[in-house]
Design a protein around this ligand. Structure first.
Ligand SMILES: *Cc1c(COP(=O)(O)O)cnc(C)c1O
Length: 250
């Protein structure tokens, strides 16, 4: 695959990234003293590697999100090794080995059960990663059956399982996708609130702190930041609309 990009395309991506960052800054300023910065993950699934390289070279963006293991594996091989990949797609047990073997995976955001954590832990041991691999627990905060992730009621038990039995993983936070059209409560998104409550429960019970909240996408990243997101995943606002998903890429 060619990594060449046009000047126009690079400018477009850089402008879009700048626009998202400006909106995040605006939200931060409106929040005042309690404001906290968040990491912006540029979600590049189904977009060419040349788009990623353009963002990297033009703006210094290092955090990118990918959903499909094969696509991530291919891109990670041809792109700079200081990129920090976020795996944000549904994690299948039989793909854990491939993910664990990619050295610059920064975090797997989609661990959705204790069993999956154990599978990924073993894969990390086999890959002999020099440091434990960061993971987020994916939470189905809206409780809709179609959504992936564990229910909030399961989070503490899974978190405890990771901390106590998965020595090649580092529990680093929680992630939610949330409902596309949430009914706001006092201006707050109940999915984001639920994720934040999961964090409080786990931090209090397991006596750890500094766990992250991965929430907010193109439609709702400002609100996510205001509700405490530390990791925000934005795709189409940066790279434009995506081509339809093609099964062979997974
Ligand atoms: C695709 C995707 C995103 C980015 O979505 P946009 O609406 O394009 O910003 C964020 N998170 C996850 C888990 C995704 O799959």
């Amino acid at each position: 695959m060619s990594l060449a990009y046009t000047v126009e395309r690079a400018q477009e991506i850089a402008d879009n990234l700048t626009g998202v960052k400006a909106k995040l800054d605006e939200a931060l300023q409106s929040k005042g003293a309690s404001a906290q910065k968040a990491r912006l993950v540029a979600v590049s699934k189904l977009k060419p590697a040349s788009d990623i390289l353009a963002a990297y070279e033009k703006t210094g963006q290092l955090s990118f999100g990918e959903n499909y293991v094969q696509e991530l594996e291919e891109k990670s091989k041809e792109l700079p090794s200081d990129i920090q990949w976020h795996f944000i797609g549904s994690l299948q047990s039989n793909k854990c080995k491939v993910v664990a073997a990619i050295p610059n995976v920064f975090v797997v955001e989609t661990v959705d059960s204790a069993k999956k954590a154990t599978t990924l832990d073993k894969a990390c041991a086999a890959a002999a990663r020099p440091e434990p691999l960061r993971i987020f627990l994916q939470v189905n905060t809206s409780g809709e059956e179609s959504k992936s992730g564990m229910l909030p009621s399961a989070v503490l038990e899974v978190a405890q399982h990771v901390v106590e039995t998965c020595s090649h993983l580092k529990l680093a936070g929680f992630m939610t996708i949330g409902s596309p059209n949430p009914d706001l409560e006092n201006g707050e998104n109940p999915d984001f609130k639920a994720l934040s409550e999961c964090r409080t429960t786990v931090q209090d019970a397991l006596k750890i702190n500094g766990l992250e909240l991965s929430m907010g996408m193109s439609d709702d990243f400002q609100r996510a930041l205001l509700q405490g997101a530390t990791n925000i995943r934005v795709g189409s606002t940066i790279f434009g609309s995506r081509p339809p998903f093609n099964k062979t890429a997974a």
